[in-house]
Design a protein around this ligand. Structure first.
Ligand code: ADP
Ligand code: GLC
Length: 471
């Protein structure tokens, strides 16, 4: 079986968040199960294609224009990755925008990418399944749909990684992009007079998945449905939540290339060394207090307003707190301001820094993820593997992946439900108390024994493909 994944991010070539990690690791895990998985993705400016194989170029029709795209191929861990190269669209410093704003031509950029990916499938790769991720890849399914009467038409899967981003553009975009006019219909792409890429993909795909079971049910409610809960309820028979896995080669404390020392559950000395390195890196005293951390995009989704509210109280405890993040300017400033008030306990790095993300996962004792909503969340899964205990809000994939130690002897972290400063504070205080108790070491061992590798979830995707393939 051949599956073509279409995604605007694939780590390590491009990544702004978890999507890049997932589309790098899932195809590899599928390959290990005997699926021939390949990936189509844009070639952004910083992707160096020297040494890649150049495939014949493709002509892509977009409305009344025809664009020529070049295709470069490389192989990463047995997965063929195809880069769609169109410098006017993708040779820019950002993936989706710059200085906090989206590029004004994003509809056209990702329509071109989707059209090219769909054509690569039709003419060259002939996949059995076309699997598109998030709104940026939705056009691949929309263009592909025009071929539905052809005999080798692939089955289609669409995965929602974040329902908040839908790719909504003015109605006139339909003609400009050459989408089939009949699809400008409430039963397809039309949404209150606009074009909604994600809605179109949800309605046109054979199956829709999202990245945790709990988020799959949440998005069918008006609270989490971002205006598409009705559409998702309509597709509930074909909608499934499959929890993301992690790449346990890239995220492995026993051989992580970014760490100053290595460790595993049987020998945690290396973790102590990583903690000291982390404290030095952030200019904090090298003392044995619970070191809490957060690594995140700083956006409305991630709940950092709760952190800024709770920190003044929490910082009166014997603890340290480090943050690595970037995004919303006012959150960046609020966090920086707090760290200036208590520099011996709190430090902030406003940046996007892979090495530091790995060092924090390894060196911290606790990782705080207070999200308003969280389709899956990967940082808490990395944390478990590095013996760093998650404190999470019970929503989406955070709720599915972490068991509160108060709920079960198999507990792996601390959960709170209310989106409130007091609920977060209470969970942190429970964690600090546990850190000082005999229960801490067994908790770390339990966390590290969890298996959130892709092996399990890749099989669920394989079952989904197989059911389509044979139907
Ligand atoms: P989301 O995709 O919503 O941002 P996830 O938890 O699924 O959330 O994935 C976030 C990914 O991005 C993780 O790999 C995390 O380590 C990484 N990340 C987030 N913020 C930063 C940052 N400031 N620097 C480096 N990596 C980051
Ligand atoms: C999105 C979600 C995150 C998820 C990631 C990968 O960015 O916000 O929760 O882990 O996609 O699926």
């Amino acid at each position: 079986m051949r599956v073509l994944h279409v995604s605007s991010e694939v780590a390590p070539f491009s990544k702004t968040g978890g999507l890049g990690d997932v589309v790098a690791a899932l195809p590899q895990a599928l390959s290990a199960l005997g699926v021939e998985a390949c990936v189509a993705t844009p070639r952004y400016q910083h992707v160096d294609v020297s040494g890649f194989i150049e495939q014949p170029p493709l002509e892509v029709e977009l409305g009344f224009a025809t664009e020529v795209v070049r295709i470069f191929e490389t192989i990463q861990s047995a997965v063929r990755i195809f880069f769609v190269d169109h410098p006017p669209s993708f040779a820019r410093s950002g993936l989706y925008g710059e200085h906090g704003g989206d590029y004004p031509d994003n509809a056209r950029r990702f329509a071109l990418f989707g059209a090219a990916a769909s054509k690569l499938g039709a003419l060259v790769l002939r996949p059995d399944v076309l699997h598109a991720h998030d709104w940026q890849a939705a056009p691949a399914l929309i263009y592909n749909y025009a071929r539905r009467d052809e005999p080798d038409f692939p089955s289609t899967v669409f995965t929602i990684h974040n329902l908040a981003f839908q790719g909504r553009f003015p109605g006139a975009t339909m003609d400009e992009l050459g989408f089939t006019p009949e699809l400008f219909d409430p039963r397809a792409l039309e949404y209150y007079g606009d074009v909604n890429f994600l809605k179109g993909a949800v309605l046109l795909a054979d199956r829709v998945t999202t990245v945790s079971p709990r988020y799959a049910s949440e998005i069918q409610t008006s609270e989490f449905g971002v205006g598409l809960d009705g559409v998702l309820r309509q597709r509930r028979q074909d909608l499934v939540g499959i929890l993301n896995g992690i790449d346990d080669q890239v995220w492995d404390p026993a051989r992580d290339v970014y760490l100053p020392a290595h460790f595993d559950a049987a020998n945690l000395e290396g973790k102590e060394e990583c903690k000291r390195a982390l404290q030095r890196e952030f200019g904090l005293p090298e003392v044995s207090v619970p070191l809490s951390a957060a690594i995140s995009r700083l956006s409305y989704q991630k709940g950092f307003d709760l952190i800024t509210q709770a920190l003044p109280d929490l910082l009166t405890s014997n603890m340290q707190f480090v943050v690595l993040g970037s995004g919303d300017r006012s959150l960046e400033e609020a966090l920086t301001e707090l760290s200036k008030r208590t520099p011996e306990k709190m430090a902030v790095r406003i940046a996007y820094d892979d090495r530091l993300a790995h060092l924090i996962e390894a060196g911290a004792d606790l990782l705080v993820v207070p999200s308003r909503y969280e389709p899956c969340g990967l940082t808490q899964l990395y944390a478990l593997r590095y013996g760093t205990i998650p404190i999470v809000r019970a929503t989406g994939g955070l709720d599915d992946s972490i068991i509160d130690i108060g709920e079960s002897t198999a507990g792996t972290g601390f959960k709170f439900s209310d989106y409130s400063k007091s609920a977060l504070t209470e969970a942190c205080q429970r964690a600090f108390a546990c850190y000082a108790s005999a229960g801490w070491k067994p908790l770390v061992e339990r966390a590290m024994a969890q298996d959130f590798s892709w092996r399990r979830s890749a099989r669920d995707y394989l079952d989904l493909y197989s059911a389509l393939f044979h139907s």
